[in-house]
Ligand binder design. Structure first.
Ligand code: NAP
Length: 641
């Protein structure tokens, strides 16, 4: 079983402890030890982690501070071991505020305590589980749900519905669970978010094999979760949802599905779309694609039957997927041409591809709450703590490639990283150094792999724009034809056309895509007026650019969906619909937030904006604010039908 929560007792010598500490993440370890021993004196003022991005990248402490922290941690570990591995008294709320203050230099306020407790999965296991069951609220009533998709969100939706005692079926077009982590099998695919955080709060693992796990490990995790939570028997695999129609008279969804056995109409009271934003591969609008004579495929539909060894290969696109796959294939191919339209900002993340060392694994699996505090550290440094660097400072008079003081600091850090990595290759540096503010597009993690690949003799980065695809390869605007044997499109996903190709028709037969008219919006990313008992996960404006994990958002969305269902089931009504005025006010607030973020003011292309030019993907506020927005459904926002 992959989901392991067991922590072994500490029984090693002082010398061994000292050795193990060499690789520890010290700020998280000190917090865990203060928590375990119930001893706040461990959180000394001189051991407050540094907040500068450069020191954060080193793990939170400058070298001399790390030395002092290691001494304190060693003493505390010995005490814990010698005390028989007994946990001290539980921290009070005031204590937890102290923990937060220490970790974040007071930047996370006491309002974060309830969120912290949920993320630590402490003291109540699975604090986000529903506290009610359908049978208790509506004993006689029949009420069922259909979930579209058995990816990370769909498995979660199934689990929560199961906990609430609502019968459900998940419709999955693939033969397996896992969604994006099942489909994206390109070489080098891994999560660019620490998976100590990119995992369910109620199924945390102290024993992740990597800090940023590979596709295989993540797929295994979600697959094991589906087994452990008993979700698989509820999934209809190899079945696609074609359309869903709301039947006003009967207050049910009629869901037309198709599989090898033919088409069928399923009925359910509630419909949850867990189809993801990054599911449908997008091919570029470049003419001539069908004329290419050799094999060609999209990164998200990797053709493993094509042997790339010794071949001349072109990769169109240089985004997150390309940055992972190109360095992997560069070693095998005879020639690799990468077509870059817009360069990325790369964040230096030294442990990006590292396995968790045996010493680190030992600490994660022997020090209670260390993995949880590490999770919260990542939550803080890569999410709430990183958000200000994406925010526009009013009146900022910096250059056009930054939008504020914190943004400029990050720009400098990233610029210096590229300059250092490519110090003897000004030709490459000129091509890869972006001239737009960081966070306008997705920042890509790098541990040196991308620049190292660019230096290879068999790799060429082409920054000229593409005129057309020919039978032999790629012709650029300057008229040159770049001949290749294989063509790979790492050109992203059709993200802003939510739900397509599924047709969803709500009250009076209105089609959701006609209602949206190319500009998808939802209330809290979940509800759309005129579509009763219909809920979206990872819907409009729930994507994050610098801050956090989509798993967190999905968990918040399920808390909210169940809260809506609770409202409904406690009433004598059959359906819940979002009020238009609540929806509109909410979307104005979202737009106002996005206009103050790097991605909202950016002039570079990105999948964050839809055909109307509106940022329809991103959440512009803090994770706490999304948690507050979704914690409890407010009856005033709905019409009960
Ligand atoms: P993407 O970020 O949208 O990148 C697509 C690439 O194709 C960009 O370089 C884009 O250039 C280029 N492109 C598109 N149309 C083009 C055209 N007509 N001519 C030339 N180039 C063209 O897609 P992605 O890399 O698949 O990533 C999408 C998202 O998936 C990411 O932002 C991230 O959220 C997620 N993702 C995550 C991971 C991870 O966690 N490890 C890995 C992969 C993806 P422009 O930049 O100029 O548009």
């Amino acid at each position: 079983m992959v989901i392991s929560r067991s922590i072994e007792p500490i029984d090693v010598s002082d010398t061994q402890l000292e050795k193990l500490l060499e690789s520890a993440h010290l700020p998280s370890l000190l917090l865990a030890l203060a928590h375990d021993l119930g001893d706040l004196s461990i959180l000394r003022e001189d051991l407050i982690p540094d907040s500068s991005p450069a020191i954060r990248a080193l793990g939170g402490y400058a070298p001399e501070q790390a030395e002092a922290a290691r001494t304190v941690a060693l003493e505390a570990l010995k005490r814990f071991r010698d005390g028989g591995n007994r946990l001290g008294p539980d921290p009070t709320d005031d204590d937890l505020e102290r923990f937060l203050e220490h970790m974040t230099r007071g930047e996370l306020t006491p309002e974060y305590v309830p969120l912290l407790l949920e993320e630590l999965d402490y003291p109540v296991h699975d604090a986000r589980a529903p506290r009610w069951r359908k049978d208790e609220l509506a004993t006689e009533r029949e009420f069922s749900a259909v979930v579209i998709g058995a990816g990370m969100s769909g498995v979660l939706a199934g689990y929560r519905l199961k906990q609430a005692g609502i019968p459900f079926t998940i419709i999955e077009k693939n033969e397996e669970v896992g969604g994006t982590w099942y489909e994206n099998t390109y070489p080098g695919a891994r999560v660019d978010n620490s998976n100590h955080m990119y995992s369910y709060s109620f199924a945390q693992r102290p024993d992740w094999p990597y800090f940023h796990s590979t596709q295989k490990v993540l797929h295994e995790y979600f697959s094991n979760c589906a087994d452990e939570f008993g979700i698989r028997p509820h999934v209809r695999f190899n079945t696609e949802v074609l359309s869903a129609d709301w039947n006003d008279d009967r207050a049910i969804w009629e869901i037309r599905v198709e599989s090898a056995e033919g088409a069928e109409v399923l009925e359910a009271n509630a419909l949850i779309a867990a189809t993801g934003q990054l599911n449908r591969p997008k091919f570029p609008d470049i003419p001539g694609q069908s004329t290419f004579a050799g094999p060609s495929f999209h990164s998200a539909r990797w053709d493993h039957s094509v042997d790339l060894r010794g071949k001349r290969v072109a990769v169109v696109g240089s985004g997150a997927s390309s940055s992972q796959l190109a360095p992997e294939i560069a070693r095998d191919v005879s020639e690799l041409l990468i077509f870059q339209r817009t360069p990325n900002w790369y964040a230096p993340v030294p442990d990006y591809q590292d396995a968790v060392s045996p010493e680190q694994l030992w600490l994660f699996t022997h020090v209670p709450r260390y993995a949880q505090w590490y999770r919260f550290w990542v939550f803080w440094t890569s999410s709430e703590g990183a958000l200000p660097s994406a925010r526009v400072d009013e009146g900022w008079d910096g250059q056009s490639d930054s939008i504020g003081k914190a943004n400029d600091e990050v720009r400098l850090l990233f610029t210096n990283y590229l300059k250092e990595e490519l110090r003897d290759r000004p030709d490459l540096l000129e091509k890869v150094l972006p001239d737009y503010p960081p966070a306008s597009k997705r920042i890509v993690f790098d541990n040196g792999a991308w620049p190292e690949m660019l230096r290879r003799e068999n790799v060429t980065l082409i920054a000229d724009s593409i005129a057309k695809i020919t039978s032999k390869g790629v012709r650029t605007d300057d008229g040159e034809e770049h001949e290749v044997d294989v063509l790979i499109y790492a050109t992203g996903f059709d993200a802003s056309h939510f739900l397509t190709p599924i047709t969803i028709r709500g009250r009076e037969g209105i089609d959701i895509n006609e209602q949206w008219d190319g500009d998808a919006r939802a209330y809290k990313g979940v509800l759309v007026p005129n579509f009763p008992n219909f809920f979206m996960m990872y819907g409009p404006n729930t994507n994050i650019v610098v801050n956090g994990s989509i798993v967190y958002f999905s968990e918040c969305e399920m808390v909210y969906i169940l809260s809506c269902l609770e409202l409904l089931l406690r009433s004598d009504r059959r359906a819940i619909d979002c009020r238009q005025d609540s929806h509109d006010r909410y979307n104005e607030w979202i737009d106002e937030g996005n206009r103050r973020m790097a991605w909202g003011v950016a002039r570079v292309p990105s999948w964050y904006r839809n055909e109307k030019g509106r940022t329809a993907q991103n959440w512009p506020y803090t994770l706490l604010e999304y948690w507050q927005q979704t914690h409890q459904a407010d009856a005033n926002d709905f019409e009960l039908l």
